[in-house]
Design a protein around this ligand. Structure first.
Ligand SMILES: C[S@@+](CC[C@H](N)C(=O)[O-])C[C@H]1O[C@@H](n2cnc3c(N)ncnc32)[C@H](O)[C@@H]1O
Length: 245
């Protein structure tokens, strides 16, 4: 499959509460994380800004931040419009409208995008231009690492070898006893990553422990699954509020 150029990847602007729903977190759990959190890719999410208000320090990393802020927010607005079209075209892939009406969902993105813009202007040091599979952070820096809608979602950009390199990089920057959480396990058309078991075996050979963790998706209670990676043999200091295995 042809590899899409970076600009073909949607730049999305999810709020903190949506992130919590993606990763099985709560606001209280985020506030209790003992150390910095990495969000890679950060996109134009409200996470860093909203977590700051909870006393949680989130560093966002994304190659998009190499561009001037107005260009990033313009891409995020285009991403929001693309999402509006996608929700209309394939509603089965998105939150059940009985629980979250599309216009309300899109308004939450608009708010997150505005928070992102204000926070980036106020705290540029927390938005780092960087691209997987190589991040400019020291080993074991982050107590919790979050990565949504990239490595397994865009198989045209990240084939199996680059996926493995990206996953290993996310674990490298995660502290002993911390976790790297990855969502989704499927691509944009809802197809589950066909070589996930093979990827997990390869991670194991690099001394990375992996787990598929399931929890109820907020709103409709359907099962959501994330990939959770840790340094094999590291002490188990799971972020507070983690759902049980
Ligand atoms: C669909 S957005 C996901 C953003 C956010 N994590 C979320 O869940 O809304 C995909 C992001 O990946 C970024 N991206 C593209 N290539 C990347 C790479 N090699 N490493 C890290 N981020 C990348 C894009 O700039 C874009 O912001």
């Amino acid at each position: 499959m042809a590899r899409p150029a970076d600009h073909e990847i949607l730049l999305t602007s999810r709020p903190l509460d949506e992130y919590c729903g993606l990763f099985g977190l709560t606001r209280a759990a985020l506030a209790a994380v003992d150390g910095p959190v990495l969000d890679c890719p950060g996109g134009a999410a409200g996470l860093t800004a909203e977590a700051r208000a909870l006393g949680c320090h989130v560093i966002a990393a994304d190659p998009a931040y190499a561009a001037p802020l107005p260009a990033v927010t313009a891409r995020a607005l285009a991403g929001r419009d693309a999402m509006a079209g996608a929700m209309l075209a394939a509603p089965q892939l998105y939150p059940d409208p009985r629980h979250l009406r599309p216009e309300r969902y899109l308004r939450s993105w608009d708010r997150a995008r505005r928070l992102f813009a204000a926070d980036t202007a106020a705290h540029p040091e927390d938005y780092v231009a960087a691209a997987l599979p190589r991040l400019p952070f020291a080993d074991r820096t982050f107590a919790l690492t979050l990565s949504s809608y990239l490595l397994l979602a865009y198989p045209g950009l990240f084939g199996p070898r680059r996926q493995l390199a990206g996953l290993l990089e996310l674990v490298r920057v995660t502290a002993d006893g911390g976790e790297a959480r990855i969502y989704p396990l499927h691509d944009g058309a809802g197809r589950r990553c066909p070589h996930l078991d093979e990827l997990r075996r390869a991670l194991g050979r690099h001394r990375v422990a992996s787990e598929i963790r399931a929890f109820p998706r907020p709103g409709d209670g359907r099962t959501r699954r994330i990939l959770v990676l840790t340094h094999a043999g590291a002490g188990n200091r799971r972020p507070p509020g983690s759902p049980s295995r």
